[in-house]
Design a binder for this molecule. Structure first.
Ligand SMILES: Cc1cc2nc3c(=O)[nH]c(=O)nc-3n(C[C@H](O)[C@H](O)[C@H](O)COP(=O)(O)O)c2cc1C
Ligand SMILES: O=C(O)C(=O)c1ccccc1
Length: 389
């Protein structure tokens, strides 16, 4: 019998018999305000903030909320199985933790704590290139869990090659290549605080530990940290890249490659033509293009274009179990979760991240059951209506 994620609900009530209540709210939309009280304005602004006036982030929520579930009754939902196949692996639920860089601004335990939390719950953790801990150390924290690595494709070919070699040697199997961040967007919350974590050296661990990166420095990192940061800023991304460049990644990575940040159906077709294995329909949580299409509104078109050539994943704005239901009904195979787990980490370290995963999946399991379905594969667009009022 598959694990019932909904059992967490009963566990909470049972603990209540001894007077215990959960350490963090079970409505994950409440975590941002709590984190705001805990952390300084720079760090929380960086995580909570988005591009421009925040319209894309709001549109992400509105597009999910506008879609409403039409539950079905009397359909035997006693036994449920939330597992899904993603990139040739069986996951216990349709969820992975999105790559979130600079996590040490949230909590000193940072990426290793998030990785341990994900591993404890059997959920994949996608490690960001811009992590505060080198990828080899995070790999150890992941233990037997699935290891996925997010690539910010460095401008320098040798650093790119070195990252791929290191990731492979450290046991990462799938590569998530983020396409939507060749530049950082206009982010007023960070600009008004004049706060950018990397300029404080945060999020540079993979680079500063990299032999190919260090070969480009005149002096060792510790002798001239400012020059190392400047080198990182110039190297971190490359707005000059085009579709034919993907051949380099295909030649240098033999596992699955997923392009993160695809919103247009034609880009999905180009991804498939370039031999990619999947896409993440994402607008980076509203952090890149202000005024961009809501991720959920872009999802059906990309799903159609992908056909059976690509695995389609989804992120940007997922906060509740019914959001997961809706993304899957619109055709995503699984969702990635971003800010909520960063807040869980800020508020309670590894335990906070586990709390977030368990709440989201318990709520999804209950939504699935109460809507008359026993597995993610049963969902389709016919389970939703669009609220046009
Ligand atoms: C603080 C922060 C840092 C992020 N860093 C990265 C990153 O290093 N690489 C990446 O591909 N996406 C990054 N993202 C985007 C997430 O992977 C994801 O697309 C987004 O957070 C999903 O939206 P949500 O926060 O609404 O769930 C970051 C997001 C946040 C909030
Ligand atoms: O802030 C982000 O959204 C992001 O993707 C990023 C980029 C570089 C370093 C850390 C995070």
């Amino acid at each position: 019998m598959a694990k019932h994620w909904a059992d967490f609900q009963y566990e909470i009530y049972l603990n209540g018999l001894t007077g215990a209540v959960p350490r963090l709210p079970t409505d994950l939309t409440r975590l941002e305000a709590l984190t705001e009280r805990r952390l300084g304005p720079g760090p929380v602004g960086y995580v909570a903030g988005s591009a421009g006036d925040g319209s894309t982030a709001r549109a992400n929520r509105a597009a999910l909320e506008r879609r409403r579930i039409v539950p079905r009754m009397l359909r035997d939902v006693h036994e449920r199985d939330l597992s899904v196949e993603v990139l040739g692996r069986c996951l216990p639920a349709p969820l992975a933790l999105a790559p979130v860089g600079v996590l040490s601004i949230m909590h000193p335990d940072a990426e290793p704590a998030a990785a341990r939390a994900a591993a404890a719950q059997g959920v994949p953790y996608i490690l960001s290139s811009a992590s505060s801990t080198p990828m080899e150390q995070v790999a150890e924290a992941m233990g037997d869990a699935e290891r996925w690595f997010q690539l910010y494709w460095p401008k320098d070919r040798e650093v790119a090659r070195s990252f791929l070699n290191r990731a492979r040697a450290a046991g990462y199997t799938a590569l998530f290549v983020t396409l939507d961040t060749p530049l950082l967007s206009w982010r007023p919350r960070d600009l008004d605080q004049a706060y950018l974590p990397f300029l404080h050296g945060v999020g540079t661990a993979n680079y500063f530990s990299d032999p190919a990166f260090r070969a480009g420095l005149a002096k060792p990192v510790h002798e001239d940290p400012d020059a190392a940061v400047t080198h990182f800023v110039g190297m971190f991304a490359d707005p000059g890249k085009t579709w034919p460049d993907l051949a380099f990644l295909r030649e240098n990575w033999d596992g699955p490659i997923v392009l993160k940040g695809v919103l247009h159906p034609d880009d999905a077709r180009q991804a498939a033509d370039a031999g990619m294995d999947g896409v993440v329909v994402s607008n980076h949580g509203g952090r890149q293009v202000a005024g961009a299409v809501a991720a959920a509104d872009a999802l059906p078109g990309v799903v159609e274009a992908a056909g059976d050539r690509l695995t389609v994943l989804f992120d940007s704005g997922v906060r509740t179990g019914d959001d997961v239901f809706k993304a899957l009904a619109l055709g995503a195979r699984a969702v990635l979760l971003g800010r909520p787990y960063a807040y869980g980490l800020a508020l309670d370290g590894q335990a906070g991240v586990e709390h977030v995963i368990r709440c989201l999946l318990a709520e999804f399991d209950l939504t699935l059951a109460l809507s008359g379905h026993a597995s993610p594969s049963a969902l389709s667009p016919a389970d939703l209506v669009e609220d046009t009022a």
